[in-house]
Design a protein around this ligand. Structure first.
Ligand code: SF4
Length: 301
């Protein structure tokens, strides 16, 4: 066990060193905090999250939308996680997902302030829609991964993060559940709602990296649970996986650090892009006949 723990610590030290050194090379004096000023990475730097990291168009990654509003789709995971935590908590009388979700929505004490405020202003139909979506999330995930006492569901109001020393850069990621501990080896669970594909491995790699840096120990693995596909994909955390994530983080930070230079990468995703009106390349792509558009689309379309 001590040898395994030392190995996971070594992986963490090497991932941190690689990320710091590579950012030093590509950023130079950019994104460096002013001496004597408390760093504000949200206002003056780059905060990387899993959504931005998976963004396929560099221009859109450099100019993320700033008009986020809650919907049933964005709220259901966090409400469901809060409910699952109550089911395992002796302080809660809830004995099933429906009761636990109802408690979460009524009390709202275990939701982040913004989400709690959004839930509070919903009418009866809106709240029923959130409840139905959250109950479905709970039961489909529980059916796939089980519900034994070794699973610790994540706190939906917080995320793991790590600040790159002496840089205005933070990496941040959320997981859905964990088994095991930092010392014995964590096994993280990530619920995957999408259609699957190469981006799933990158999602797992990025979560593993953020957790590795934050706990200074690499987790043992990340499991991607996809209820819609009925699959559980176990991805071991090793040097290759962490390097994949480090390299992608560096690529993303460089794009965000020089926003005006970020190149467009048109694809079918242009149809839902908030920059479309200002983006000639995106509009040309969408206006082109389907066969021509396919020939200029990115390979992973
Ligand atoms: S419209 Fe397309 S190419 Fe232009 S920024 Fe958006 S996603 Fe990128």
């Amino acid at each position: 066990m001590a040898g395994e723990q030392a190995e996971r610590r070594r992986l963490a030290d090497e991932a941190a060193a690689r990320l710091i050194a590579t950012l030093d090379v590509v950023l130079g004096e950019r994104l460096v905090p002013e001496p004597g000023v408390k760093p504000d990475r949200y206002a003056d730097g780059v905060v990387v999250n899993g959504f931005g990291l998976l963004e396929r168009c560099p221009r859109r990654a450099a100019h993320p939308a700033d008009d986020f509003t809650e919907t049933v789709a964005t709220a259901r995971r966090r409400v469901a996680l809060a409910a699952l935590r109550r089911l395992g908590d002796d302080a809660s009388p809830a004995a099933d997902a429906a009761t636990a979700v109802d408690e979460v929505l009524s009390e709202r004490t275990d939701l982040a302030r913004n989400l709690a405020a959004w839930v509070e202003q919903l009418d009866r139909a809106g709240r029923a829609a959130v409840a139905a979506a959250a109950i479905t999330w709970c039961s489909s995930v529980q059916r796939l991964v089980g519900s034994d006492g070794s699973i610790r569901w994540a706190d939906p109001s917080s995320a793991s993060h790590w600040d790159v020393p002496d840089r205005l850069v933070r990496v941040s990621a959320s997981y859905d559940a964990v088994r095991g501990g930092v010392v014995t080896g964590e096994r993280l669970l990530l619920v995957a709602d999408g259609a699957g594909g190469p981006s799933d491995r990158l999602r797992a790699a990025y979560l593993a990296l953020v957790r590795t840096l934050g706990t200074r120990h690499a987790p043992l693995r990340v499991t991607l649970a996809a209820p819609s596909r009925g699959t559980m994909e176990r991805i071991d955390v090793d040097e290759d996986l962490l390097t994949l994530a480090v390299d992608r983080v560096v690529e993303h930070v460089v794009v965000r650090a020089d926003r005006d230079a970020a190149a467009p990468r048109p694809g079918r995703w242009c149809a839902h892009c908030h920059l479309l009106e200002l983006c000639d390349e995106g509009r040309s792509f969408l206006a082109a006949p389907a066969d021509a558009a396919a020939s200029v689309a990115a390979p992973d379309t």
